[in-house]
Design a protein around this ligand. Structure first.
Ligand SMILES: NC(=O)c1ccc[n+]([C@@H]2O[C@H](COP(=O)([O-])OP(=O)(O)OC[C@H]3O[C@@H](n4cnc5c(N)ncnc54)[C@H](O)[C@@H]3O)[C@@H](O)[C@H]2O)c1
Ligand SMILES: O=c1ccn([C@@H]2O[C@H](COP(=O)(O)OP(=O)(O)O[C@H]3OC[C@@H](O)[C@H](O)[C@H]3O)[C@@H](O)[C@H]2O)c(=O)[nH]1
Length: 469
């Protein structure tokens, strides 16, 4: 709860501030808004084109104690004259807005570069010109590939941390060639980091740069065909969750040999809170935020998610839980990959005393419990759902639902209601099992059919419009 006795790391009282949060409606933004509303007295001007993931914080009927501390502004920072005014109204700007799904980097490189560099330019400029503090979200991808990856495969130096641990103030940024368009995102993020750093050096901009290392948890991305386009490719957590929900084998790109460290979103949000409330310790710094103890190959991640999902869903494991796919087949031409990402924690430890807490198993357990509760009902309508548990659910609801079983688009139409309901229900803990069924399995009326036709004609536009409403 908000309290006036809160103190910073140096024992000074923390004054309530106003934060202009750009991209507040996304995965990280939604968790940050939740934390700021429930545990601090700060105000948030929440800017985004979508607000589905923070609707539960905004709805006046919920009469939250924080209703007067969060204000949503639906705007696209590409073209909105309100941006500078909103930055001026705030003490601090946090910029999260970006295209940040790897499937886009090589297929929509222009959008990726514009989103991560060009669109962020006015934000930096307005902060600098108006003497406003900026926390900018960059990425661990700015490190690119490790030095070790260029050593011969059998070189013993590959085992030496000096060749793979990623340090903010020492490690180089190593990207592939220009035709490997995967690096469009990392390169745009690197250039905006350099610009912010230069604004700090030449014009005194007070900035902090965050480099997230694979933050994961509830509300990350979307499940294709349920609350996002069926042809969309989200980040790996949502890809694997989708496969598990549909009882399909998990797809391991190029054998799943790449390594990642995953950190629980709730741990990572603690680090951001420390940055917000300790400006003297955070300004002028670039921070890795990750969990070096949670390293796995993507194959191991898939195996662990499969085990955890068996536990939380009660559904048996598939005979073939994973299959290999080539990166070209999965992502298209121009894809490339980071081999290994271990964050060095020295700077964040020294400046903010932050350490991650949650093990990979525990964070997957809470995340997959959320995914199962939120999406499993919509999943009843999917073709590949074959377990006896789900057959029972289908039988029980056959009279109510005439959606064609297996049509993913139909599953999507059913799932939309579920998502809107599911997110708020999980937060408010409202809604009985029977209410859930009624909401998710209702028979389609004329509007549902029109919705489905719209969805099939233009899935991206459909979700865009849906989110607008
Ligand atoms: N999640 C991670 O592990 C991770 C890792 C590295 C970097 N990051 C960075 O953190 C930031 C947030 O990531 P996320 O995981 O929450 O992504 P997200 O896609 O869930 O959130 C980004 C939000 O920005 C909004 N947005 C995009 N362009 C906009 C525009 N022009 N105007 C207004 N709003 C716009 C989107 O609608 C979305 O809600 C991004 O900058 C990303 O590059 C995240
Ligand atoms: O279904 C899938 C999806 C992904 N993968 C693999 O899983 C790994 C992780 O993929 P993610 O989609 O989570 O994305 P990456 O870790 O490569 O990049 C992410 O890192 C940090 C952020 O800047 C971005 O959110 C994103 O670029 C990659 O090796 C990818 O090829 C699969 O093997 N199967």
């Amino acid at each position: 709860m908000a309290s006036s006795a809160r103190v910073d790391l140096d024992g000074n009282p923390i004054k309530p501030i106003t934060i202009c949060m750009i991209g507040a409606g996304g995965f990280i933004g939604s968790h940050l808004c939740e934390k700021l509303m429930s545990e601090t007295p700060h105000k948030v001007l929440a800017l985004d084109v979508y607000n589905d993931k923070i609707k539960h914080l905004l709805e006046p009927e919920n009469a939250h104690p924080w209703s007067d501390r969060i204000q949503f502004h639906r705007l696209n920072i590409k073209q909105d004259s309100r941006l500078e005014g909103l930055i001026k109204m705030a003490d601090l700007t946090i910029n999260l807005a970006a295209i940040c799904t790897p499937a886009d980097y090589n297929t929509r490189p222009l959008d990726t570069i514009y989103s991560n560099f060009i669109d962020a330019l006015p934000v930096v400029k307005y902060c600098s010109e108006n003497n406003k503090r900026l926390i900018h979200f960059s990425t661990c991808e700015v490190y690119g590939k490790t030095i070790g990856s260029y050593l011969p495969k059998d070189s013993p130096l590959r085992q030496d941390p000096a060749y793979y641990v990623l340090k903010e103030d020492e490690s180089p940024c190593i990207f592939g060639s220009i035709e490997k368009q995967r690096w469009s995102y990392a390169c745009a993020k690197q250039l905006i980091e350099r610009l912010i750093y230069a604004e700090g050096a030449e014009n005194g901009l007070e900035f902090t740069i965050v480099r997230p290392f694979n933050w994961i948890g509830p509300r990350m991305d979307f499940i294709p065909g349920i609350d996002g386009p069926s042809e969309g490719v989200p980040r790996v957590l949502a890809c694997f969750s989708n496969n598990l929900l549909r009882r399909e084998p998990l797809k391991l790109v190029d054998g799943g040999q790449s390594q990642r460290t995953f950190v629980y979103i709730k741990d990572a949000i603690e680090a951001v809170m420390l940055m917000i409330e300790n400006p003297a310790r955070a300004n002028g710094h670039i921070f890795n935020v990750g969990n070096p103890n949670n390293e796995v190959t993507v194959r191991q991640l898939g195996e662990m998610m499969t085990e955890v999902y068996v536990k939380v869903s009660g559904e048996p494991k598939l005979e073939t839980p994973t299959i290999d796919v080539s990166s070209q087949e999965f992502y298209g031409v121009g894809y490339d990959d980071s081999d290994k990402r271990i964050p060095d924690m020295t700077i964040i430890n020294k400046q903010l005393g932050w350490n991650p807490k949650t093990s990979l198993w525990d964070l997957l357990e809470s995340t997959l419990t959320y995914q199962h509760r939120t999406y499993a009902e919509a999943d009843c309508n999917m073709e590949s759902k074959q377990s006896s548990e789900s057959s029972k659910k289908k039988e029980g609801s056959e009279n109510e639902s005439s959606y064609s079983v297996g049509a993913i688009a139909a599953g999507a139409a059913a799932g939309i209601g579920l998502l809107a309901w599911g997110l708020s229900a999980l937060v408010s803990s409202a809604g009985s099992e029977s209410e859930r069924k009624k909401k998710t399995m209702k028979a389609p009326g004329k509007d549902d059919i029109i919705q489905r036709e719209e969805f099939e004609r233009d899935p991206k536009g459909y979700f865009r419009d849906l989110r607008k409403n």
